[in-house]
Ligand binder design. Structure first.
Ligand SMILES: N[C@@H](CCC(=O)N[C@@H](CS)C(=O)NCC(=O)O)C(=O)O
Length: 201
């Protein structure tokens, strides 16, 4: 049994989605963001010193970091979601798994935080806006004719990249990045994605 420590409205939603795609038995322990601060509740700190979500428990081991969770779950339950290591696509997979958290989230989070500074943040806006566009364009250009990243069926990278891609669409960048918009439309139409939305509340 897999246990997911799930924070509402968070990057944990993509792990719920993956679990629904896998069809494996799992249990969700829900956590709710503080209504004022929007931060995770202190109960998550009792689980792990970072107090962040997602985290899963698998075979008695707590695993944090979405990338590590997705890689572990796909390797064990859906090896077809990761290209064979002898294929060039495996390197693209590795790049994109790391890109999702290590690169794309930097301008996304900077944009979120700096926008709260109002006029005081204005000197940073052009640089952040430029980097957001740079990262979204890169992703847009990597979407394959099949509508996926890396391979022509759902892969681990699609799960990881769903979050930054959805942010781009929520920021109304769909017309500028139509392939990214198509990717988001495609994943939203998947039955497992819809079940995960319900499960995540
Ligand atoms: N790189 C981590 C990021 C985890 C993370 O920052 N999660 C956010 C939710 S999207 C969180 O728990 N925030 C609550 C808080 O910082 O209080 C991952 O991909 O798992």
């Amino acid at each position: 049994m897999i246990t997911l420590h799930h924070l509402n409205r968070s990057r944990s939603q993509r792990i719920l989605w993956l679990l629904e795609e896998l069809g494996e038995a799992y249990k969700v322990i829900p956590y709710t963001r503080d209504a004022q601060t929007n931060l995770a509740p202190p109960e998550l700190l009792a689980v792990h010193p970072l107090g962040k979500s997602p985290m899963i428990e698998l075979d008695g081991r707590l695993i944090c970091e979405s990338g590590a969770i997705v890689e572990t779950l796909c390797t064990r339950y859906a090896p077809g979601m990761i290209p064979d290591q002898s294929d060039d696509a495996y390197l693209t997979h590795l790049e994109l798994i790391h890109f999702a958290e290590g690169s794309a989230m930097t301008p996304i989070l900077l944009n979120l935080y700096v926008s709260r500074l109002g006029e005081a943040g204005a000197p940073l806006h052009p640089r952040i806006a430029g980097e957001l566009t740079n990262h979204y364009r890169y992703l847009n250009d990597l979407v394959r004719a099949s509508g996926h990243f890396v391979q022509d069926t759902l892969s681990a990278a699609d799960i990881m990249l769903s979050f930054p891609a959805e942010v781009a669409i929520r920021q109304e960048r769909g017309a500028e990045f139509p392939a990214l918009a198509g990717f988001v439309e495609m994943i939203h139409a998947r039955p497992a994605y819809k079940r995960a939305l319900k499960a995540g509340g």
